[in-house]
Design a protein around this ligand. Sequence first.
Ligand code: NAD
Length: 341
Amino acid sequence: MIKVGVNGYGTIGGRVADAVTKQKDMELVGVTKFTPDYRAKLAIDKGIQVYVPDAEVAVKFAKAKIPTQGTLQDLIKKVDVMVEATDSELATGNKDIYERAGVRAIFEGGEEHELTGFSFNSNCNYDAAKGRKFVRVVSCNTTALCRTLHALKTNFGVKKARAVLARRAADPQEVGKGPIDAVVPDPVTLPSHHGPDVMTVIPDLNITTMAIKIPTTHMHLHSLIVTLGKKTSAEDVVAAFQREQRIMVIEGRMGFKSTSHVIDWARWKERPRNDVYEACIWKESVTVVDDNELYLFLGVQQESIVTPENVDAIRAMMGTASQADSVRQTNSSLGIAEPTK
Ligand code: NAD
């Protein structure tokens, strides 16, 4: 059993912790929680051992009558891998703690690539994570772009990729964030960081991106224009996506009219927290112009797309399973469909 701890039981950490408990080869030793709130109580109700960052926070938990098992320092002594899911600044500072304790750690993509020297996407570079002490699972948008561009690159070649990302302004519970009534170029100075971030995983890609923030909490939506390396048809491109792990080809004619309908699909599928682990590509949007210029819409559920990546990254670092085995186990535990052959 691989012993796993999670630092930061929030949007990402909570999902990864739950996913770890579903793996037959992993044990969730505990999570570190900063605030003594309903999420801390729910963790305990689920049987999760809750730790705190330090003695000061332990006092707050004691006052709230929420039992804790010790501090982060106590937790890291008991684990093989820590998943660091606080925020990128804290996480960057925590690397030293893990290094000193000799424990492996996974970071969540907001940090610089240089922090770990290795950025991970299961479809693209699983094997290269083997034996590494520190791995950075790339962020939600980068994960979706990596899966999509990996499928295109391996099937057709990619001469250049251009993307406009319409980004959700906040996660659903972030009530203090905006905009409520504006579209925000983010950043105004182009290009955005997303292209270079994809290149931390697929270095030889010609990619440029720009992003806007829109008043929604559900999902991101990318408009992608890719010049392929060879002539092809929209049908062949769709077939390539259907063969790629963790890409879901969705159809407007089946009711997927918007990102809200993707979330509704997850709700009706009774996915935990309405999670959509797959990168979602609208079939009807897949259009090839001039034989090799591809256009498409890509939907990304920011809170959950990296969950399976984290689970695979744990096995990849520990060297306990091949990519195919890990993906199969992770997919089956989370209810992600296997691609068509
Ligand atoms: P979040 O705010 O939902 O969760 C972070 C949690 O860490 C919170 O519960 C917070 O209370 C807790 N925390 C803060 N200080 C702590 C401390 N000292 N010790 C323990 N816990 C502490 O944030 P998130 O969205 O889960 O983001 C976590 C990381 O994942 C970030 O690096 C982010 O860039 C990355 N990420 C986020 C998303 C997303 O869309 N939310 C997607 C991909 C990657």
